[in-house]
Design a protein around this ligand. Structure first.
Ligand code: ATP
Ligand code: F6P
Length: 471
């Protein structure tokens, strides 16, 4: 199968309140961030839409014929939409979020999907810890539309009865001819079977890094730097006097929020982030992957100087900021790829403070807060502000703490399209006859990447690609 027609359905398996939706959302966010067209199909949503949200536990009783019929119809409607999405929207990874707890249901899905040339990957979550299940019910199920305006205790006991109905017919995945992963007790044990493809193995690795322990992720840019004051981008300048004041205040701010809890601090390898972390009394690590987006030939210039000296580049960046690569430097797309291992590592961590840079923190923030590629390069990450993210069941809560020390504003708003078009240079012709956006071209006009293609290669490049034999 070639890269272009690779299609994978991740089919969730597990009793209710085992984190299937949580896992589905996380995998979807991760792959979407990597530019891989991914969508979740939640059968519960189809059931709510077709037959109403508020169904008592008896609806899920395997001896209730109406319930059986309506649940099967909901599953079919979701599956049909999913197959349509693969065919019409060039879907790459679909996540089919339902209990899929019988062999019969899995066989039905496997047959239908295989016929459509979709690879099927079962992801089963097993959890025997009753206290985790009860926490899950209280954290997410009580606020679901299924239990709107229902007394919480009544809702908990109805949901437990629902789980018991599923337990009556639950069959764990043992089908040796299927590709699957079993996550047991929130990943404390993992069993995998027949994982073959590159993308599947990336998903396995990602799932193995997930944990649900409560934690805070703090992000801050370095204190204001001398280059910030002069309006210059890039470089490796030291902090301005106001930046030093920010670094002085940072430890108290963190302490007030976190108390005596443990924290680790990551900085880039640049002076300004290391200096900002100077007074923090926590374990620290400098990571090259956190260095600011490399502005190449424009490093050390102001935006005005770039506009004057390289008007074409300036306009092209405004036209497609995510994909524009500075000559001799990087694009946001490049930065996302270099941050992928950082994200994996971040998933494993507890409380953490990342002292980074504007472009870097935009990319990391976009992963947690689900921003698309077009909006990502314009996310506001002001100086002298600590962003606190608290992971929750299906996303993150956010708080921002602005420290009372003035700093320059380095955010350039998104220009309106009309302005960009006026300035833009004519589009060069490609050899295949199509015109391309200037943002695709390198210094001498070569294509530097394929716009809209996944950032993470979805299958390894075959080498040699021209079919010649390898020497
Ligand atoms: P349902 O079948 O009712 O849709 P579900 O299995 O989709 O339930 P979720 O709605 O995803 O369950 O439950 C979310 C909760 O599960 C979150 O509080 C999250 O912390 C927790 N969770 C995440 N991963 C796991 C896991 N591997 N095992 C158990 N709980 C988990
Ligand atoms: O201006 C500060 C800075 O961190 C520069 O070093 C970097 O080039 C820039 O922000 C990234 O922001 P933008 O992508 O908006 O130019």
């Amino acid at each position: 199968m070639t890269t272009s027609n690779l299609r994978i359905a991740c089919v969730m398996v597990g009793l209710p309140a085992r984190g299937k939706t949580y896992i589905s959302q996380k995998v979807c966010r991760y792959l979407t961030w990597l530019g891989i067209n991914t969508k979740v199909f939640n059968v519960g949503n189809y059931r709510r839409k077709l037959y109403g949200a508020q169904q008592e536990h008896s609806f899920f009783d395997p001896s209730n014929p109406i319930g059986i019929k309506q649940r099967k119809e909901s599953a079919s409607a979701a599956l049909e939409d999913m197959i349509r999405w693969f065919n019409e929207d060039q879907g790459i990874v679909a996540i089919y979020d339902a209990t899929n707890s019988t062999k019969q249901r899995r066989q039905w899905l496997h047959e239908k999907l295989t016929k459509e040339h979709v690879q099927v990957f079962f992801i089963e979550s097993i959890c025997q810890d009753e206290s985790i299940i009860l926490d899950n019910i209280r954290e997410v199920k009580l606020s679901s539309p299924d239990y709107a305006n229902i007394d919480p205790e009544e809702a908990v006991s109805d949901f437990k009865a629902r789980i018991d109905h599923y337990k009556d017919q639950y069959e764990t995945v043992t089908e040796q001819n299927y590709t699957y992963i079993k996550l047991i007790n929130v990943g404390s044990q993992v069993i995998i079977n027949m994982i073959r493809g590159y993308l599947e193995s990336r998903i396995v690795y990602y799932l193995m890094n997930l944990h649900t322990a409560p934690r805070k992720i703090y992000m801050s840019r370095h204190g204001e730097s001398m280059f910030n004051l002069q309006g210059k981008i890039g470089g490796d300048s030291a902090l301005s006097p106001r930046g030093v004041l920010y670094a002085d205040k940072l430890p108290d701010l963190i302490k007030q929020n976190l108390g005596d809890k443990e924290l680790i601090v990551w900085t880039s390898t640049m002076k300004r982030t290391i200096q900002t972390s100077g007074l923090l009394q926590y374990p620290k690590m400098s990571r090259k992957a956190l260095d600011e987006l490399d502005a190449g030939m424009c490093d050390g210039m102001t935006y005005e100087e770039i506009e004057e000296k390289y008007p074409e580049d300036y306009a092209n960046r405004d036209d497609d900021k995510f994909n524009y690569r500075y000559k001799g430097g990087e694009s946001y797309r490049d930065v996302v790829l270099r941050l992928e291992p950082v994200i994996m590592d971040l998933e494993r961590q507890g409380n953490i403070l990342i002292i980074g840079h504007q472009a870097i923190l935009r990319c990391i923030y976009a992963y947690f807060m689900n921003y698309n590629q077009e909006d990502l390069p314009y996310i506001k990450i002001p100086l002298h502000t600590v962003i606190e993210l608290t992971p929750k069941a299906y996303g993150c809560d956010e708080k921002r703490y602005k420290v009372d020390i003035e700093a320059v504003d380095t955010h350039r708003p998104k220009p309106n399209k009309a302005q960009t078009l006026k300035k833009k240079v004519s589009k060069p012709e490609l050899s295949n006859g199509t015109t391309t956006n200037g943002a695709l071209l390198g210094a001498s006009g070569e294509i530097v990447h394929d716009i809209g293609s996944p950032i993470l290669p979805i299958s390894p490049q075959l080498w040699p690609s021209n079919g010649a034999t390898k020497h």
